[in-house]
Design a protein around this ligand. Structure first.
Ligand code: FAD
Length: 440
């Protein structure tokens, strides 16, 4: 069997390698570190965690907990090593950073089917056969340019400037109302009204005084083009009221009145389970976003499935490019995996690597394609990154809003999530024997 080329020994790359070799397929793994590094990685380890040492919630009533449990059942190397190297962290799965990365590195390097080459890949077309690109959000500049050439279109984003996203069922509907400006185009927006000047000014002051994440040099230029909400606030008390918080024409149908200022929420997914805060791209630290945006009427108890971000982040406009198997639609020998496919987070990146590796292995062995059930967290991620109906695609953490809802209505969130998780694991367990039989 010809080897598969995997670019990047990060979280996604190491999972892809594991799936391929488990199918008996040799792999050439290219990793540019330690020969060349980027601004976030500090070691020569594979699967280095560049920031937090947490793989987030452990329990399966949380979507990322479910994703992790599914990965265990699918034979994930990242989960095996994370479980072996965990450190106490309450309800989260946190790991001993170096112990974890060293163990992944050792396992991959000890695999007799893997050849590791420490160099920067700059020419994808020169690699023969199947290629999985998993070079991450900080893909080297030369490879970034080469991927652009391969895609033959401006389908590659370099910067992520996104507003926070909240779940629809965490909003306070005694405060929020549905309306479009001047009643045009249906009542598409959810509106959060500041009825008094005092309420608005308190929010404005909190926003002006909130703490931002540090800005790196390379980020300055981009901020000029896409103003964060806190910077708009800093320009004056009323600047936001003449911008995204403009109240005119947004009549509250319950009292026929216009508010002093209005934050609008725009539907973010087809199921209408997620909404984004219009115009709220932000560089505030995440706990500050929760605190300050929680002052917006109706968002007091909002669940943030994604916080606003503004940072360098190489990712594809995947819905236009990739299918559910993380395979390039118009050039089947190329797969993409990891954060660069528009999933967000360590666990999601690893899970996408697992799926790309599995799909590529089956294609190489000429086995029929398999789709992970859409009610699983894996299936939901695969659907999210490959759904061409999605406009303005933004990287996203796994969340229950991406998984098809239950057919019965359950009021209590924890119970509802537990049932979605149980349904997912049952579907996955039903799906696994097919993989095993064909591999045997
Ligand atoms: P990576 O883990 O980055 O792996 C890509 C690998 O490819 C790297 O080892 C790199 O050296 C290599 N590479 C790049 N270009 C080339 C090339 N041309 N040739 C050969 N090798 C190459 N997620 C969280 O869940 N929690 C966090 O706290 C968190 N913090 C983050 C902080 C920063 C600064 C960034 C940028 C992202 C953060 N993320 C976080 C998001 C994301 O989960 C991580 O970036 C994650 O490591 C992505 O996994 P990956 O496998 O896609 O990429």
């Amino acid at each position: 069997i010809s080897p598969v080329h995997v670019i990047g020994a990060g979280l996604a790359g190491c999972e892809a390698v594991t799936q391929l070799t488990r199918h008996g397929i040799p792999v050439i793994l290219y990793e540019m570190r330690p020969v060349k590094s980027d601004e976030a990685h500090k070691t020569a380890y594979f699967a280095e965690l560049v920031c937090s040492n947490s793989l987030r919630a452990a329990n399966i009533e949380n979507a990322v907990g479910l994703l992790k449990e599914e990965m265990r059942r699918l034979g994930s190397l990242i989960m095996q090593k994370a479980d072996e190297h965990q450190v106490p962290a309450g309800g989260a799965l946190a790991v001993d950073r170096d112990g974890f990365a060293a163990a992944v590195t050792e396992a991959v390097k000890a695999n007799p089917l893997v050849t590791v080459i420490h160099e920067e890949v700059t020419d994808l077309e020169s690699l023969e056969g199947t290629v999985i690109v998993a070079s991450g959000p900080l893909t080297s500049d030369a490879l970034f340019a080469d991927i652009k050439k391969l895609l033959q279109a401006d389908y590659l984003h370099f910067f992520d400037a996104a507003a926070p996203i909240v779940t629809a069922d965490s909003l306070d509907y005694d405060k929020v109302y549905r309306a479009s400006r001047y009643d045009k185009g249906g009542a598409d927006y959810l509106n959060c009204p500041f009825y008094t000047k005092e309420e608005y000014v308190a929010f404005w002051e909190a926003l002006c005084n909130a703490e931002s994440a540090p800005v790196k040099d390379f980020e300055h230029d981009v901020f000029e083009a896409c103003m964060p909400i806190e910077e708009m606030a800093a320009r004056g008390e009323d600047t936001m009221r003449f911008g995204p918080l403009k109240p005119v024409g947004l009549i509250d149908p319950r009292n026929g009145k216009e508010a002093y200022a209005v934050v609008q929420l725009r539907q973010d997914n087809a199921a209408a389970s997620l909404y984004n805060l219009v115009g709220f791209q932000t560089h505030l630290k995440w706990p500050e976003q929760r605190r300050v945006f929680g002052m917006i009427p109706g968002l007091e108890n909002a669940e943030f499935v994604r916080f606003g971000v503004m940072h360098k982040n190489t990712y594809l406009n995947s819905p236009q490019l990739l299918d559910k198997h993380f395979n390039l639609r118009n050039n089947k020998r190329f797969y993409f995996a990891g954060q660069m496919t528009g999933v967000e987070g360590y666990v999601e990146s690893a899970a996408s690597g697992l799926m790309a590796g599995l799909a590529a292995a089956r294609a190489v062995l000429e086995l029929p394609e398999v789709e992970l059930p859409e009610v699983t967290a894996h299936g939901a991620l695969a659907n999210y990154i490959s759904n061409p109906a999605i406009e303005n695609f933004q990287p996203m953490n796994i969340n229950f809003g991406l998984i098809p809802p239950l057919t019965v209505r359950i009021r209590k969130k924890r119970e509802k999530n537990a049932q979605i998780a149980a349904r997912a694991l049952e579907a996955l367990d039903g799906f696994l024997p097919a993989l095993k039989t064909e591999q045997a």
